[in-house]
Design a protein around this ligand. Structure first.
Ligand code: ADP
Ligand code: ZN
Length: 649
């Protein structure tokens, strides 16, 4: 006898749709949305998740019944809804959406012990006037609401996060705190543990499967009030989220760069709405999009923290246009610091020994044969392509004019390290980049060594983030021009962010700090504004340019990348897709570039072309539908769709 109850089931296999099964009488009490079930599938069986239940007494079809329900493995309802939403929003299969949210197969552990007691330790600080006003505002918004906290480095944003967490926990609600990279989780965890005790979960992809199972089970069992982690922690299985906090919200790591290419902000916004929660974005250099919404959208607010509680002032920033590896001005200042037993940080946003190798006779630039990207010389006497990581043997002969006239220009990190060691033979110089700090542990050890005994820390972006070393009184920024000149509309924004961030490392203690930028673009608005610590002016310039060129926040972008080995086929496919879409997009508000090669038009022997679509939000659904219904691609051509791309390479 049919019960008339059917279940829509997500089959845990690479199949594109949901399937309907009957709920037999003996499983009616255990089969609920979120339950893990066993179903007959194909010639065998499969596992699945119940997405929804339906009364379907009239069903003519004889549906197969669910065989079994795995007890204790039920996903919270809000996660079930989230999976559905992601599959739809990012036009991906339900199974990929499930893997994104739930991750690899999880086992719910039997014994996770008693829930730790809630414990709150005394706050060592009284809030500053600004913090106090900010907190009152944050707690009085009718939710759901998004608040952007624009607070200068060291203005006490973390303290505010803790206050908000305190408030939510008192109301029996949970808080998710996202940090831009795994390396920053331990320090956050330490601070939160010191304040709130043990009811804190940690979630990131670097954990063992076992520890992930433990954290997961604890969250499902309600043993955790606060979850801290990088972007994937947004998928924590929590029942009653009170606040989601995205720290350093401008960081591009909040965008996932493999399928589904989700943006953490978008998911967080969906969840905040679903849980009626407060979404907090914090940054010293907010993304242009967030700042725009915070000042234009009634469901958003802007909260500014403009001072530091310990009254350390922001360091003065000067520019020098002498960019030869290390300018004399910077060198003089470094020497002064060494004598005074103070420390210097040098930022160079590029790896390798020299930036590129060119012929002084014929001006040929040595480039990767596949990617056409200029090669970088490394000290192991190899030339490397930093896109496909192909290595080439060192040569001194120009491959084009065959003369021994190659010039190893540029000033990348290893070369500066070598130069500095010659100029300052007694100084303790420490390098931090992907080569010396391939993981979190090594990075922490390098920072510790620098703190203990270093004079100069030289490195990539890594030296710009998070750490607090009071003896640092000088920051030198080298090679920022290559960041500024990248062919991407976000380059000025990234430049402003990077300068502000690394400048924030100087003068955090008693002694005043100072920053020197080596640049030939001293009058560029991004550099002028960074120099004067003036975000609003930077924003004003940048937003005008975004509006003029119809970039986000005035449009949303969809980047379609067409790639394949055969250049002709790729071009042909791009043209066909362009014709199809042009026919679909009748509204003149939707703009699409003509077929064009990508800025990086070859990667690993693949030719890459693209179509960039700019459109108002109102047409987003239509655009997605058109893209989804596109004709099948030509043979051996791949089409990749990036919604809200963070980079256009
Ligand atoms: P941000 O996250 O904005 O960079 P933090 O929250 O890390 O800033 O605060 C910077 C420093 O100021 C920390 O050492 C913190 O302990 C301290 N601090 C924060 N709020 C206060 C306060 N109200 N009174 C005194 N010190 C504070
Ligand atoms: Zn290459």
């Amino acid at each position: 006898m049919s019960t008339g109850l059917t279940a829509e089931i997500l089959v845990l296999r690479g199949v594109p749709n949901y399937f309907t099964f009957e709920v037999p009488a003996h499983l009616i009490s255990t089969a609920i949305p979120g339950s893990k079930v066993t179903i007959p599938f194909g010639k065998g069986r499969s596992e699945g998740i119940i997405m929804s239940l339906h009364e379907d007494a009239t069903s003519e079809h004889r549906l197969k019944p669910i065989e079994e329900v795995s007890e204790g493995m039920t996903l919270p309802k809000s996660q079930v809804d989230l999976i559905k939403w992601i599959a739809d929003y990012y036009q991906t299969s339900p199974y990929i959406a499930y893997q994104t949210v739930v991750g690899t197969k999880k086992t719910r552990l039997k014994d996770i012990g008693e829930p730790p007691e809630f414990h709150e330790f005394k706050n060592p600080h009284t809030l500053t006037g600004e913090q106090d006003i900010a907190l009152k505002k944050l707690l009085h918004f009718p939710t759901p609401h998004t608040a952007l906290i624009h607070g200068i480095t060291g203005s006490g944003k973390t303290e505010l996060y803790m206050q908000v967490a305190h408030h939510m926990i008192k109301q029996k609600k949970q808080v998710i705190i996202l940090v831009p990279e795994i390396a920053l989780t331990p320090q956050f965890r330490k601070q939160f543990k010191a304040r709130f005790g043990e009811r804190i979960a940690l979630l990131h992809s670097g954990m063992t499967a076992k520890s992930r199972d433990i954290e997961w089970t604890k969250m499902l069992a309600g043993h955790s009030d606060i979850v801290i982690g990088p972007r994937s922690a947004i998928f924590s299985p929590l029942n009653n989220i009170g606040a989601i906090i995205i720290d350093e919200e401008h960081e591009s790591s909040y965008k996932q760069d493999s399928t589904p290419r989700y943006s953490t902000h978008t998911i967080a916004h969906y969840l905040a709405t679903d849980h009626n929660a407060l979404l907090i974005l914090g940054s010293a250099t907010p993304s242009i999009e967030s700042y725009y919404h915070a000042t234009h959208n009634p469901e958003w607010s802007l909260i500014a923290l403009t001072t530091r509680p310990n009254e350390a002032s922001l360091p003065p920033i000067t520019c020098t246009n002498e960019i030869a590896p290390i300018s004399s001005q910077l060198l003089t200042e470094i020497k002064k610091r060494i004598e005074a037993k103070e420390k210097t940080i040098l930022l160079l946003n590029r790896r390798g020994f020299s930036t590129y190798i060119s012929c002084t006779k014929c001006h040929h630039v040595l480039a990767c044969k596949d990617c056409k990207l200029s090669l970088t010389y490394h000290k192991d006497r190899k030339l490397r392509c930093h896109r496909c990581y192909l290595t080439y043997a060192l040569t001194h002969i120009c491959p084009k004019c065959k003369k021994t006239s190659l010039n190893f220009t540029g000033n990348a990190i290893q070369k500066i390290e070598t130069d500095l060691k010659q100029l300052l033979p007694t100084a303790a110089i420490i390098r931090m980049d992907k080569d010396t700090a391939p993981n979190e542990k090594k990075a922490a050890a390098i920072l510790e060594e620098f703190k203990e005994s270093g004079d100069i820390l030289i490195g990539t972006q890594m030296v710009a983030k998070g750490h607090h070393i009071e003896e640092v009184t000088l920051v030198g920024i080298l090679g920022i021009d290559s960041t500024l000149n990248l062919p991407d509309f976000r380059s000025p924004e990234r430049t402003f962010q990077l300068i502000t961030q690394v400048a924030g490392r100087a003068g955090r203690g008693q002694k005043k700090g100072e920053v020197i930028i080596q640049t030939q673009h001293e009058t560029h608005y991004a550099i002028v504004a960074a120099k004067t610590h003036d975000y609003p002016t930077f924003y004003k310039n940048e937003i005008a340019y975004r509006e003029q060129l119809y970039y986000p926040p005035f449009s949303i972008l969809v980047n379609i990348i067409i790639s394949g080995e055969d250049l002709f086929a790729v071009q042909q496919q791009t043209k066909l897709l362009h014709e199809y879409l042009a026919n679909e997009f009748k509204s003149k508000d939707i703009q699409m570039t003509p077929p064009n090669p990508c800025p990086v038009d070859r990667v690993r022997e693949q030719n890459r072309w693209h179509l960039l679509i700019k459109s108002p939000h109102a047409h987003y659904a239509h655009i997605k539908k058109s893209i989804l219904n596109r004709p099948l691609p030509l043979k051996d051509v791949r089409i990749l769709v990036d919604y809200d791309p963070q980079s256009l390479f």
